[in-house]
Design a protein around this ligand. Structure first.
Ligand SMILES: C/C(=C\Cc1cc(O)c2ccccc2c1O)CCC[C@H](C)CCC[C@H](C)CCCC(C)C
Ligand SMILES: C[S@@+](CC[C@H](N)C(=O)[O-])C[C@H]1O[C@@H](n2cnc3c(N)ncnc32)[C@H](O)[C@@H]1O
Length: 229
């Protein structure tokens, strides 16, 4: 299962950034900026971006953490990490970022290391959501915060129908033209299985997080789970 997910992301790496811009009409940049702001990262912080992919959230964390901060980007897709490193070299050569190829369900860090953690479009893809949140809890410092961005199923039936229509009639056909049909067709069933915001809040509270809130964004079609240790 994990290998299948990793292979999907390895295959879409060459078109990933371009398709995100096209298919979200550039909106994903705003959603990612909001997520980083909700992580409450500040200058000098030690930060972690989980499931960093090509690095969009990692670069934003590095901007807020500044020259005295330290940022780690973790992902298990070798190809997406290569894209992240190339972008880093080209556009953010000053940033203090360490890229690590690892499984976010078994993080290569000691307990209580991070002030701020982000995860963009990763939680829906891990094979064990409670375990993933437990790992985040373990490596956060007491008082630290994590902000987790992902798709969300709108509670409004019309918006849910629109979201499904968009995925079936715009996302998959455009991906088909670029030779990655099956990979993008995976989004819809993965969203069906994904717990809604309030269920995510309950899972996080069970693990021990406090001040746990799920913020709906983009008409409830996306959401950010914000948790504190
Ligand atoms: C950055 C985005 C998605 C990342 C993403 C997550 C996954 O789990 C994948 C799995 C398999 C292949 C690709 C991905 C993947 O790229 C979000 C933006 C891209 C979306 C494809 C666009 C979806 C748009 C909403 C359903 C509707 C928004 C409408 C509005 C006009 C902005
Ligand atoms: C949709 S991409 C998101 C990339 C980036 N965060 C963004 O928002 O653009 C999901 C990423 O999660 C990674 N991923 C999924 N499960 C993982 C796991 N168990 N360990 C590490 N990375 C994982 C994939 O390799 C992929 O890069």
């Amino acid at each position: 299962m994990s290998n299948e997910i990793r292979d999907i992301f390895d295959r879409i790496a060459p078109v990933y950034d371009q398709l995100n811009d096209w298919l979200s009409l550039g909106q994903h940049r705003i959603w990612k900026e909001m997520t980083v702001k909700w992580s409450a990262v500040k200058p000098g912080d030690t930060c972690l971006d989980l499931c960093c992919g090509s690095g969009d959230l990692t670069f934003r964390l590095a901007r807020y953490a500044g020259v005295t901060g330290k940022v780690y980007g973790v992902d298990f897709s070798c190809n997406l990490l290569t894209v992240a490193k190339e972008r880093c070299h080209k556009y953010y050569p000053q940033a203090s970022i360490t890229w690590l190829e690892a499984d976010v369900l078994n993080l290569p860090f000691d307990d209580n290391q991070f002030d701020a953690i982000t995860m963009g479009y990763g939680l829906r893809n891990v094979k064990d959501i409670p375990l993933s949140l437990q790992e985040i809890y373990r490596v956060l410092k007491p008082g630290g915060k994590a902000a987790i961005l992902d798709f969300h199923k709108p509670s409004n039936a019309i918006l849910r129908t629109f979201q499904q229509w968009y995925l079936d009639n715009l996302v998959v056909p455009l991906a088909t033209n670029l030779g990655v049909k099956e990979e993008y067709a995976y989004i819809s069933p993965s969203l069906d299985r994904f717990p809604i915001g309030q269920e995510q809040v309950r899972i996080a509270q069970k693990i021990g997080f406090v001040n746990t809130i799920h913020y709906p964004i983009s008409n409830d079609m996306m959401g950010v789970l914000v948790v504190n240790k």
